[in-house]
Write a protein that binds this ligand. Structure first.
Ligand code: C2E
Ligand code: CA
Ligand code: CA
Ligand code: CA
Length: 272
């Protein structure tokens, strides 16, 4: 299957070249793009598994340039390396505050919106203060915001992550562990995690017919979380079978294409 070493090398080289070019272009355009409001917040519904009612949303950013949607997987990793993710995230957080403020003004049914926290924020001791001042400046109740911290943050930066989590929760923000079960698991850290919600990684729901082993693992995590007074949301739920199984093992909430893709704010507002 392997081609000659020489051609393999060339192929690799061209790919690297393309990646570097793409990365350079992103580096050169990101600041103007933020000013030009090319970054747009989409919302993906979260539902209660027992009655399918809407219980919240996750804010997911898209870069829309010349009508083309660029997905976060193509730029967030670059922004995490060059530090720009801090600027982008605070833009996203502010957009979410504006959305909630508008809903409050219009007397809409209020559901909490969750926002993603990059590992880069944990290098800044003022992160929690900065979020707090932003949210205060819009007069949004803290419990309408939920901060999603990925499991991997807790493994690489344990103390900073636990501290931030406790501070946020102490203030009354919602907190969740994102991508739970994806990496080297942090089961032993669960006891220190003051979290409201565990978000089971979508890898558990990668195919319709879950293996018996996967079902055992998922149902065990759910029962463990319940005993620790945490709620469980399953991510990436795409089929009715998965949803039926999750209901049978008393998972609380779900998010995934079965219910809705991430959608523009205007479309989400038709649901509330
Ligand atoms: P994530 O936080 O794990 O977000 C969930 C991802 O799963 C989203 O991808 C969502 O569109 C996708 N998803 C939802 N339901 C399904 C499903 O049923 N099947 C499948 N296969 N996928 C589903 P998206 O929007 O492309 O975002 C990718 C990642 O980029 C996010 O993963 C998050 O880590 C990061 N990201 C997105 N927006 C932001 C942001 O504003 N700030 C930061 N720091 N990171 C963000
Ligand atoms: Ca997330
Ligand atoms: Ca996730
Ligand atoms: Ca993820």
């Amino acid at each position: 299957i392997k081609s000659a070493p020489h051609s393999t090398y060339c192929f690799f080289d061209i790919n690297m070249q393309l990646n570097l070019q793409r990365e350079a272009e992103i580096n050169n355009t990101m600041e103007q793009a933020l000013k030009d409001r090319e970054f747009v917040v989409y919302l993906q519904p979260k539902v209660n598994l027992h009655d399918n009612s809407l219980v919240g949303a996750e804010a997911l950013v898209r870069w829309i340039r010349d009508g083309i949607i660029i997905m976060p997987g193509d730029f967030i990793p670059i922004f995490e390396n060059n530090g720009f993710v801090v600027n982008l995230d605070f833009f996203v957080y502010e957009e979410v505050c504006k959305i909630l403020k508008e809903w409050m003004k219009q007397g809409k049914k209020l559901v909490p919106i969750s926002i993603n926290v990059s590992r880069v924020h944990l290098h800044d001791e003022k992160f929690v203060d900065n979020i707090k001042s932003l949210v205060d400046s819009y007069g949004i109740p803290y419990n309408l915001l939920e901060l999603e911290l990925t499991e991997s943050i807790f493994l690489s930066n344990t103390e900073a992550a636990l501290t931030a989590m406790r501070q946020l929760r102490g203030l009354g923000f919602g907190v969740s562990i994102d991508d739970f079960g994806a990496g080297y698991s942090s089961l032993n850290l669960l006891k220190d995690m003051a979290t409201d919600v565990i978000k089971l990684d979508k890898e558990f729901f990668g195919h319709d017919n879950m293996q018996r082993e996967e079902q055992i693992i998922v149902s065990s995590i759910i029962s463990m979380a319940k005993q620790l007074n945490m709620k469980v949301l399953s991510e990436g739920v795409e089929t009715q079978n998965q949803s039926d199984f999750l209901r049978s093992v008393r998972c609380d909430m779900a998010q995934g294409y079965l219910y809705s893709r991430p959608i523009p704010v205007g479309d989400f507002e038709k649901l509330i």
